[in-house]
Design a protein around this ligand. Structure first.
Ligand code: G1P
Length: 302
């Protein structure tokens, strides 16, 4: 828990990446390719998440994966043979880029744990309990891509260090008709990008939603979250919900929301993936001509 006297703060040393989901919304693309490896242009979603965790300075990354999704581990770990082949062929820049992206086991601490059954986000986080370093943990959902700013998790961890809240979740305002897609905060106060909250409910009906402040996939959670997840009954959708464990802990600990500075894209949905791809391309000079020349009517289905 953060220091109640605000004289220091517990360091966030672990990032947990729940990546065991089936990705049904992107079938058939995800039949053989994990959704976390779907690219935004040339960069898989998981790479953005790893880079965000690195920018936030975590020591250990724990991927909660599925036995059928071995491609994620192959992607994440360095491939020395591939880099050697590229160098032999004179492709030094490409080899260096691959090296930069991949996890270097001598420098970075990475673990893979399995979640064989899709029992929910809360269950996925609990699967990482034994491997988490002491202190609060970060959770990153790679589907929620946040572009711009200096990294949503880095911003959150900085805010966490002075906010004196046990749990901090990334939030953004959503339309009434969208509240049932998210965890929603019960907000008691606000100070700039920081919200105070006294409750959280998973995917409420619009008439039951305590606010329109939705949780997006970045969390900094007090280590007591693992105790609150143990033995938790299934909630919304019959799954063990992280939201329910956070809400349960509020009998003892505090909760805050944080509005990060970047733009969030729901890359678990096709429209969100398309928006993210266009935004990412628009930020790079080499694609400007293609975007400027694009005429949707020419490409409309016959
Ligand atoms: C999960 C969480 C939900 C959160 C959302 C953000 O839901 O359970 O509270 O608002 O991620 O993307 P999912 O989208 O996995 O159903």
């Amino acid at each position: 828990m953060p220091d109640p006297d605000n004289t220091g703060f517990a360091q966030v040393r672990t990032a947990i990446f729940p990546v065991a989901g089936m990705g049904t919304r992107f079938l058939p693309a995800t039949k053989a390719t994990p959704k976390e490896l779907l690219p935004v242009l040339d960069r898989p979603l998981i790479q953005f998440a790893i880079d965000e965790a690195r920018a936030a300075g975590v020591e250990r990354m724990i991927f909660v994966s599925h036995p059928d999704k071995g491609a994620i581990e192959r992607y994440v770990r360095a491939d020395e043979d591939l880099c050697a082949t590229l160098r032999e062929r004179g492709k030094h820049k490409l080899a260096a880029e691959l090296d930069d992206h991949a996890i270097d086991p001598s420098q970075e601490d990475v673990r893979f744990v399995m979640q064989p059954e899709p029992l929910g986000l809360g269950h996925a986080v609990l699967c990482a309990a034994e491997d988490a370093l002491p202190g609060p943990v970060a959770v990153i959902l790679p589907d929620d891509l946040i572009l711009g700013g200096r990294g949503a998790l880095a911003e959150m961890i900085e805010a966490y260090s002075f906010m004196n809240r046990a749990h901090l979740v990334a939030t953004m305002e959503v339309a009434d008709e969208d509240v049932s897609k998210y965890g929603i905060l019960s907000v008691t106060g606000r100070n700039g990008p920081v919200l105070m909250a006294d409750g959280m409910v998973e995917k409420p009906a619009p008439e039951d939603a305590p606010s329109r402040q939705a949780v997006v996939g970045r969390y900094v959670l007090d280590a007591s979250i693992f105790d609150d997840l143990r033995g938790l009954p299934p909630g919304a959708g019959g799954e063990i919900q992280l939201t329910d464990a956070i809400a349960k802990g509020l009998e003892r600990v505090t909760l805050g929301g944080f509005r990060f500075s970047g733009q969030r894209y729901d890359c678990g949905s096709k429209p969100g993936m398309l928006q993210a791809t266009l935004a990412y391309a628009a930020g790079q000079e080499e694609y400007r001509d293609v975007l400027n020349a694009f005429q949707p009517t020419l490409l409309a289905a016959e």
